[in-house]
Design a binder for this molecule. Sequence first.
Ligand code: ZN
Length: 324
Amino acid sequence: MYACFFYSYRRIGVREMGLLGKTKAELAKYATVLKHSGKETSEFTDDFEPVVIKERTEKQEDGSVQMITCTSCKAEIPSGIMKKNLCVCPECGAHNKISAARRMRSMVDPGTFRKLKCKVPFVNPLDYPDYEEKILKLQEKTGLEEGVLIGVGEIYGQKAMIAVMGSEFLMGSMGIAVGEKVTHAFEVADKNRLPVVMFTASGGARMQEGILSLMQMAKTSAAVQRFSEHGGLYIVCLTHPTTGGVSASFATLGDITLAEPGALIGFAGPRVIEQTIGQKLPEGFQSAEYLESHGFVDQIVPRSEMRKVVGQLLKLHERKRWSL
Ligand SMILES: [Zn+2]
């Protein structure tokens, strides 16, 4: 499948990419973005920058305690308790969605995080209405540049490249920027001989960027492959939901695949599959537990233990990385 993607990538012309009628300057802008997919990373002389991981403020305007409704049991939980519990419901144990910033803070040793430098200019290849305004608003609201937060940090003293997808940013969908950041993360990790820890949460390819979003599947998969050939360790943690183009590319290419309890993991939604194959799907299909029992997931790890488990895995593989 990947070979097929590469083939189509090379053959796709200006017309097929929906760029017909663009001015020379506009085409040059796309060329700049696409050029990043190659080995030209020399402009990233210093790969990381110190940053404070910002979280969204949850203070109500009238000063009252904000309540968060559990998506599973519908219990009303004060936001402070939810925050302390890493968004796991204290009533039913459901793993509610967690922001990328909070996840990153919960994983790295305090003060060790450095953000990966990778600025990708905004493009709107399909001239999608209000797309730029939407992105700007989300950047302001979430504190994220795009649908993934990446940097280097330590987990129990083990240095790693850590990437966290944010479902709060357009469903964590993968467009040009997400694809480029993930690819660049693998290239820098390879160069610096760092393991990669990836937390996926995505609705799939970003429809606003059309076929250019689909190309990110091939690009990120190729980056994982190169990283793997050089002996890099890649740990994936599938979180709710991991679907579409992300599950069909770098989310399922890990050396070790972990998942959070109850996470929805799949390519197409169950209704679409049932309509296509004309059959009823088995109970729990596409859940992390179902995938674990069928060998696609190595271990289901509760959020409260994730840092410890990933830290142990990094420690366990430390020597192997350097002996290659
Ligand atoms: Zn609950």
